[in-house]
Design a binder for this molecule. Structure first.
Ligand code: AMP
Ligand code: ZN
Length: 114
């Protein structure tokens, strides 16, 4: 997808350091971290947001959660706890319209979220 920041990042065009990469997803540090651990897990295919998920995307979403679990363990937040967030649309706070999952940890999270 032309002019999509996350398409450019996952394709390697931006020379981003990946903390995880496979044929389906790439994960990297958020440029504006909101917690001591703040990673973004991003599918390599361009899906605009959660509203654009299709039936066949189930395996991809399950895979993203498996990657999140692995990255949580690697970053020593598996036991202390963490949060996985996918913002959708303006009210959800989405700013990049290529679906992605935030993995946040290393501090106590608030509820309800702001
Ligand atoms: P959202 O607001 O849920 O769409 O999340 C987009 C996230 O992408 C924000 O947390 C930004 O800080 C992050 N972000 C924007 N540009 C970059 C970049 N070049 N590298 C890493 N993270 C980025
Ligand atoms: Zn994209």
């Amino acid at each position: 997808m032309e002019n999509c920041l996350f398409c450019k990042i996952v394709s390697g065009e931006m020379n981003t350091d990946f903390v995880y990469s496979d044929d389906k997803v790439a994960a990297f540090e958020d440029i504006n971290p909101q917690a001591p651990v703040h990673l973004l897990i991003v599918p390599r295919t361009h899906i605009e947001d959660l509203n654009h998920l299709e039936e066949g995307d189930g395996d991809l979403i399950a895979h993203i959660y498996q990657v999140a679990k692995k990255l949580a363990a690697e970053n020593d937040i598996a036991e202390s706890g963490y949060r996985i967030v996918s913002n959708c649309g303006d009210d959800g706070g989405q700013t990049v319209y290529h679906i992605h999952f935030h993995l946040l940890g290393g501090r106590a999270m608030q509820w309800p979220p702001g």
